[in-house]
Design a protein around this ligand. Structure first.
Ligand SMILES: NC(=O)c1ccc[n+]([C@@H]2O[C@H](COP(=O)([O-])OP(=O)(O)OC[C@H]3O[C@@H](n4cnc5c(N)ncnc54)[C@H](OP(=O)(O)O)[C@@H]3O)[C@@H](O)[C@H]2O)c1
Length: 308
């Protein structure tokens, strides 16, 4: 791909968007375009069309969304459904109308059925019930994927949807109410260490299995997809390895240097019992994740201590 192409990264200040920006800049892409939500609210269709008209991006990466963990999804179902639908509809339709040749949409592994066979293949989409706690967010993402699929089928557009597994890394959200499990644990163990190694209370039983990928690996997958012609619409992006949540807790406890007790609050929901992506499809095209979990968490903890 021509490195002077104008590439719009929607959500360029977010964890994923900023990692993609860093990766593309590092790879020599010089014409990157970003707008904060204050400058351009992607829920505003007229403003989005005006932006495409005035700026004329040639490639679009949609990494803007309303994102959050179980608590936030449960608390704000309407916003998770409607804001995400509005953002995607506006950006995907503008990309179609303004003749964008290459479009990358970030979905999420939670679009797959709660009781999918493991590891989860792309074709399991819509083969069973969704996890109820984040169904609002998942349904919006599924609508975005279907819009991209329809554009590929009807208009032969090179629109790709990447389904990343749980992400972590620099720029993550460490707010205990709205964050995902890994950054929430990092903060809890870090703060408990500072309170004389007080016990750390965690949600659920600790038994669910989860996969985690460093956001720089997602950015490398996005770069790979930009630079390769892929025939299909949906590709899982993950490490292909998972671990139990209580194993993750012990790993983070050791990395932060906390030596107190870990308490599990089984009255809180566990969510899907296991969620491991099958990553063979993108691997067969030539891409795979490269950052080991322990190394990635150590780097993220360093970033947290320096930045948050
Ligand atoms: N985090 C994960 O574990 C994970 C896992 C799988 C998939 N994903 C997907 O990756 C994408 C990015 O997630 P993330 O973790 O990077 O989220 P994030 O850190 O919360 O960033 C979200 C970005 O979306 C922008 N945004 C939100 N509402 C907007 C609006 N109305 N108008 C314009 N921009 C808006 C925000 O812009 P401002 O900063 O300017 O407000 C922010 O930059 C999402 O599609 C998500 O579904 C994330």
């Amino acid at each position: 791909m021509d490195r002077n192409k104008k590439i719009y990264i929607a959500g360029h200040r977010g964890m994923a968007g900023s990692a993609i920006w860093r990766k593309l800049s590092g790879a020599g892409y010089t014409n990157l375009l970003g707008r904060t939500s204050g400058e351009l609210d992607l829920r505003d269709r007229i403003a989005v069309n005006r932006f495409f008209e005035e700026e004329g991006p040639e490639v679009v990466i949609l990494a803007a969304a309303k994102v959050g963990g179980i608590w936030a999804n449960n608390e704000f179902p309407y916003e998770f459904l409607i804001h995400n639908l509005q953002i995607q509809n506006n950006v995907i339709d503008a990309a179609h109308s303004y003749g964008i040749k290459k479009f990358i949409f970030l979905g999420s592994s939670c679009i797959f059925p709660k009781y999918s066979p493991q590891p989860i293949k792309e074709e399991y989409l819509l083969s069973g019930e969704l996890e109820p706690t984040n169904q609002w967010y998942s349904l919006a993402k599924i609508a975005g994927i279907k819009a991209c699929e329809a554009l590929r089928r009807q208009y032969q557009k090179d629109f790709i949807c990447l389904m990343p597994t749980n992400l972590y890394g620099p720029g993550d959200n460490f707010d205990l109410k709205t964050s995902h499990v890994l950054p929430a644990m990092l903060r809890k163990f870090h703060e408990a260490k500072g309170r004389d190694h007080a016990p750390v209370k965690l949600w659920g039983t600790g038994s669910p299995m989860r996969e985690f990928m460093h956001v720089d690996d997602l950015a490398s997958a996005v770069l790979f997809c930009l630079e390769h012609q892929l025939e299909e619409t949906i590709y899982n992006v993950g490490t292909g390895k998972d671990l139990r949540i209580d194993e993750l807790a012990v790993m983070i406890q050791q990395i932060t240097g906390h030596s107190g007790e870990i308490l599990w609050d089984a009255s809180k929901p566990d969510g899907t019992p296991r969620k491991l992506l099958d990553v063979e499809k993108l691997k067969n095209k030539g891409w795979q994740a490269g950052i080991a979990l322990e190394e990635g968490i150590k780097q993220t903890y360093k970033w947290y201590q320096e930045s948050v």
